[in-house]
Each structure stands twice: as structure tokens, then as C-alpha cells.
Design a protein around this ligand. Structure first.
Ligand SMILES: C[S@@+](CC[C@H](N)C(=O)[O-])C[C@H]1O[C@@H](n2cnc3c(N)ncnc32)[C@H](O)[C@@H]1O
Length: 326
């Protein structure tokens, strides 16, 4: 590549956050939802949402250029990409969009702290470990868990193609968020008994009809996991914790399972980090003081807890299922 092309690439890169934050603010202000519901002119939107008309028209110009909105000033509508950021779309990514511009962004703005100390810049900014802080922040807690649900809904949609749950009597998803994985399993396993173990602050966010699909248990997986299931899934959980915490958690999982019971970990194995995920490790350190592990690092933790390693299966282009047995 010519040096001029690289200069251009760099100059474009420096302001890519404008695009993301414009989009994030559009979601936070529910602008896409209002356009979807028929408030389709800048005048109408600025009136209904009490926004500055000039700033709003600059924002809409950008959103048209980047393919989220189409039409003229008084005939705005959403493109397919724009409608993916509305609340009611079945494949919505509205909260996934908002998540990264909240406390994660604050932590990333203080990345120097992590680089200089090896400690999470999140704790430097918010004075508490991430999940402890989240449980006490109602608005942030809702955005985080709805965002995780949106990722999980897509990531685990085909989980039953990879795990044969018919060999189990009872499944428990430990740290299962708003239950996306269990919802995917329920579609194929109408009679399997299923539990979600989560913190009280997450259980409160479950939709009213969840009990038709699974039972919810409020608890702390570092204290005790009730011995109710012969299969446990834990997805994107171990990667939130350092080795000392992960050891306590895996010991509790081991104690909760009967002999022959199975543990299915869903994680990104470090060897597979690439492209857009190449900085995920830095993100995990800055937020949670943790990291994505290699398969060997997972095996060390699993053996220490007493598990037998069975195999890994790729779930999608990034995540793997690590299967083990008590
Ligand atoms: C990164 S999220 C993963 C959620 C879901 N399994 C997924 O794959 O999208 C980690 C989950 O662990 C839960 N968690 C954190 N600390 C916990 C604790 N002490 N006891 C139970 N759950 C906890 C969080 O509430 C959160 O839902």
C-alpha cells in the first residue's frame, strides 16, 4: 500500500468513533423507534423528542450517508440496517449498540491505567469490580443484560446441533443472563427440565412469561450452585474471572454435578481470536481483570477442579464448546 493510502486509512480511523457514537445516541434517544412509528420528518422528530432541530438534521444527514435512514427531510424511513436498531425488531441489536458507549467507553478512555498498572481501568473509574457495580446501577444493568441477550440469541441459536441434550434429565445454565441459551434449547427440547442460575439483579429483569420456558434460581455462583442438574452450561462466564475466581467457580460446578454429569463451557479459545476480536483480551483486562484463555489454560483449570476433558467443538466462527465430565 502506498504511504498516502495508509495516511488516509489512519485519518479515517481517528474519527470512526463519530459514527459509532452518533448511532449509539440515536438509539439512546429512541430516534429509530420514532421513525419506525411514523414520526418521519425532522420537524416532527425534533418536536416530539425535544431535540435541537439543527443538530438533529446534521445527525440525520450522517445516518442517511451511512445507510441507516433513507428519504427526504419530511419522508424519512429506515433501511433494513436502521430497523435492526429498533426495540421491537425480532433480531434487534439496539442494546448491543448502546452497551459499548456507556461504562465500557469510560473504561477504554482510561486504558493508560491498565497499561501502566495491569489493573482494570473500569475499577479505576468506578471504584468497584464490574459485576458488583452493575448490580447496583439499574439503567446500566438493563442495557448490559439486554445487550448480552441480543448477542446470545444469535450465538446460541443452533446450540442443539452441537450438544445432544436428550442424554440429560435436567439442565442448568449457570450465569445464563436473560436465558437466551435456554430459550434456544427449549425450541428443540420441549420436555427437558431447565434451570437458570443468576444474580437477583438479573432475575428481576426476566420477562413475565419466562416461567413457561425454565425455572429461575437467584444465587451467587461463588457461594453455591444447587445440585439439581446432570448437565451444566456456562457460556461467556469463566472469561470474566481471573484464575483464582475461576477455580472457586469450577469447584462449585463440580460439587453441583452427579458423577458422570457433564459441563459444557462456551468460550472463545484464545487461539481463535482474530479480526475484530483481536483486542478482546485487552477489553477483558480493562473491564474485569480477566482474559480469554488458551485451550491448555482451560484444561489446567478444569483438571484442578477434578473434571475429565472430553473434547471441544466449534460453535461458530469465534466460540467453542469445551465438553467435560465429572
Ligand atoms: C458475560 S455474562 C454471560 C451471560 C450469558 N451466559 C451469555 O452467554 O450471554 C456473565 C453472566 O454471569 C452472571 N454473574 C456474574 N456474577 C455472578 C454470580 N456471582 N453469581 C451468578 N451469576 C453471576 C452475570 O449476571 C452475567 O449474566
Amino acid at each position: 500500500m502506498k504511504i498516502e493510502e495508509e495516511q488516509k486509512e489512519l485519518k479515517d480511523l481517528f474519527t470512526t468513533y463519530w459514527q459509532y457514537l452518533a448511532l449509539k445516541t440515536t438509539c439512546t434517544l429512541n430516534i429509530f423507534d420514532h421513525i419506525e412509528q411514523g414520526e418521519n420528518s425532522i420537524d416532527r422528530l425534533s418536536k416530539v423528542l425535544e431535540l435541537d432541530r439543527t443538530a438533529l438534521s446534521f445527525l440525520i444527514d450522517g445516518l442517511c450517508t451511512f445507510g441507516f435512514i433513507k428519504g427526504k427531510k419530511d419522508g424519512l424511513s429506515l433501511t433494513q440496517k436502521g430497523s435492526l436498531l429498533t426495540e421491537e425488531h425480532p433480531q434487534t441489536l439496539k442494546y448491543a449498540c448502546m452497551l459499548w458507549g456507556e461504562e465500557h467507553l469510560t473504561a477504554w478512555q482510561h486504558l493508560e491505567h491498565t497499561l501502566k498498572t495491569g489493573q482494570p481501568s473500569f475499577e479505576f473509574c468506578f471504584q468497584k469490580p464490574f459485576f458488583e457495580w452493575l448490580a447496583k446501577e439499574e439503567a446500566a444493568n438493563k442495557i448490559y443484560h439486554k445487550a448480552m441477550f441480543e448477542y446470545a440469541r444469535d450465538d446460541y441459536a443452533l446450540i442443539t446441533n452441537f450438544i445432544d441434550f436428550s442424554t440429560h434429565n435436567v439442565l442448568m445454565d449457570v450465569g445464563g443472563g436473560l436465558g437466551a441459551l435456554l430459550r434456544a434449547v427449549r425450541k428443540k427440547m420441549p420436555n427437558l427440565s431447565m434451570y437458570l442460575l443468576e444474580t437477583e439483579s438479573v432475575i428481576k429483569l426476566l420477562p413475565v412469561n419466562y416461567s413457561n420456558l425454565f425455572s429461575a434460581i437467584s444465587g451467587d455462583f461463588f457461594k453455591e450452585i444447587p445440585p439439581l442438574a446432570d448437565a451444566i452450561t456456562m457460556s461467556r462466564v469463566i472469561h470474566d474471572w481471573n484464575d483464582a475466581k475461576a477455580e472457586v467457580l469450577l469447584n462449585n460446578v463440580y460439587n453441583a454435578l452427579p458423577s458422570g454429569g457433564k459441563l459444557y463451557l462456551i468460550e472463545i479459545i484464545k487461539e481463535n481470536l482474530k479480526d475484530g476480536a483481536a483486542l478482546l483480551n485487552l477489553n477483558m483486562q480493562a473491564i474485569c481483570n480477566s482474559y480469554e484463555r488458551t485451550l491448555d489454560e482451560y484444561k489446567v483449570l478444569l483438571f484442578a477442579a477434578g473434571f475429565k476433558f472430553i473434547c471441544t467443538k466449534p460453535l461458530n466462527s469465534l466460540q467453542s464448546i469445551i465438553i467435560c465430565e465429572k
